[in-house]
Design a protein around this ligand. Structure first.
Ligand SMILES: [Mg+2]
Length: 286
């Protein structure tokens, strides 16, 4: 293994917490249902139409990244709207989704989150994968839950250690009792129909990939699957939360080798056991 720069994860998670406070304030202020629908007229680096609240949330995250840089940290940032921003080192990469669940935020549905992960390693800014993520935060502004993880140091929900169950719950008919799906375009749901019938007793569609992953970490659902290819910004922090809770995650055939960039490479699936993971891996048809 190449040398990994030593990282004070507490410092970084502290900064991510402050960024989440700032994003939460932006969302709390967006009470006007018409203004929530406003678009900037641009498309983010990830390709989606940018909402005014997406851009405002991202600005708040970058206030904290600017402060880290001013305090002497050197890193690169990768964010959904701005793309790659050079803060002086390619050996640390901050992966940001300013709002995961933008559609929920736009429509006033409660589950919307900010997701921020830190990856470390030689030239991780261009060669990094999910395996390089060393810590992360997902803040769900609906229930006000904060999910954090440190590689090798555990997963936490609102600061309390999080250890999910070792196995999935199975319904009387043998199917996984409850599975969260994302990228739930009706076409994808239709194409996954036979596999969903074969493996899933009941579905939930929260509308935020990071948050569906976190539900797996807590054992609130038995697995999750994005039915289409996801991007690293959506999953980088939450995949570590799942794995540090004792769960398993895979990005299609890439496993954990999904690149930390803005291209959608593979669907993400997660479960509590290898058996469960094999079942949810059959759900996406990208
Ligand atoms: Mg987003």
């Amino acid at each position: 293994m190449p040398a990994v720069p030593s990282v004070d994860t507490a410092t970084w998670i502290g900064a991510f917490e402050r960024a989440a406070d700032r994003v939460g304030a932006v969302l709390d202020a967006a009470t006007d249902p018409v203004r929530r629908l406003e678009e900037t007229g641009e498309r983010g680096s990830g390709g989606d139409r940018t909402l005014v609240i997406d851009a405002a949330a991202e600005d708040e995250v970058f206030v904290e990244l600017d402060a880290l840089h001013a305090a002497g940290e050197r890193f690169t940032a990768l964010s959904e709207e701005r793309g790659t921003v050079d803060y002086g080192s390619a050996d640390l990469l901050v992966v940001v989704d300013p709002i995961d669940g933008s559609m929920n935020a736009k429509r006033g549905l409660p589950h919307r989150a900010v997701s921020i992960a830190l990856a470390a390693g030689p030239d991780v800014a261009t060669r990094g994968t999910m395996e390089d993520v060393v810590c992360g935060l997902v803040a769900d502004f609906g229930p006000g839950e904060r999910w954090t993880a440190v590689r090798g140091g555990g997963a936490f929900l609102d600061g309390a250690p999080l250890t999910g169950p070792a196995e999935e719950r199975v319904a009387d008919d043998g199917r996984l009792e409850l599975v969260a799906i994302e990228s739930a375009h009706p076409r994808h749901v239709q194409e996954s129909g036979e596999a969903l019938l074969a493996h899933v007793h009941r579905l939930r569609a929260i509308g935020a990939i990071a948050l569906s992953l976190c539900q797996v970490a807590a054992g609130r659902v038995d697995g999750m699957a994005s039915l289409w290819r996801c991007r690293a910004v959506d999953a980088a922090a939450a995949q570590l939360v799942v794995r540090e809770s004792g769960g398993l995650v895979a990005f299609g055939d890439l496993g954990l080798a999904a690149p930390l960039d803005l291209a959608p490479h593979a669907p993400v699936v997660a479960a509590r056991s290898a058996t469960g993971l094999a079942r949810v891996a059959e759900l996406p048809h990208p």
